[in-house]
Design a protein around this ligand. Sequence first.
Ligand code: SF4
Ligand code: SF4
Length: 182
Amino acid sequence: MTVKQLIKRIFLIEILKGMALTLRTMFTKAVTRQYPEEKREAMLGFRGLHALSKDSSGNMKCVGCGLCVAICPSKCITVVTSAGVRHEKVVDRYEVDTLKCLFCALCVEACPYGAIVLTRHYEYSGYNKDDFYMTKERLLENYDKYMGEEEGRVYLERFWKPRLEDFTTPEDQAVFDKGKKA
Ligand code: SF4
Ligand code: SF4
């Protein structure tokens, strides 16, 4: 133990510092908010209730690739797809069990299309588990209610990587071509 530490211990410097801080703040205005009467709006980027984002034509962006399902640490996302008439992938079900969710936003980061987002909305309660089970329809509704086109654009611009929406293969990228001989 150094001399400085010894002096601090003998004269209870830390305790005196703590008491001085208490005295200083004792007569200042309390910072505690009287929720729910007093509310503070959550900032954009807050990890609130999930939503499935839509493009400018109002169509769901999700293509059912399952990357969000794979990365989700609490396994609370379910995606069920089927083949459409033109053999395209159709997202039949997209569900999030918010009671299991950690609100880590890894799903948002993993999604290559910016299709799943976390809105600012955090005030939701319910009397049964179903109230917290977000189906595809509810998630799309959440987007309209708690984010919307303009806010969604700003949100994805600020928080979503990559920022480009061009997913075509770059010309210089090595690709596996079955017909090509080495
Ligand atoms: S926020 Fe995290 S825990 Fe919640 S659904 Fe997304 S990846 Fe899963
Ligand atoms: S939300 Fe994104 S990552 Fe998840 S299935 Fe849809 S497109 Fe894929």
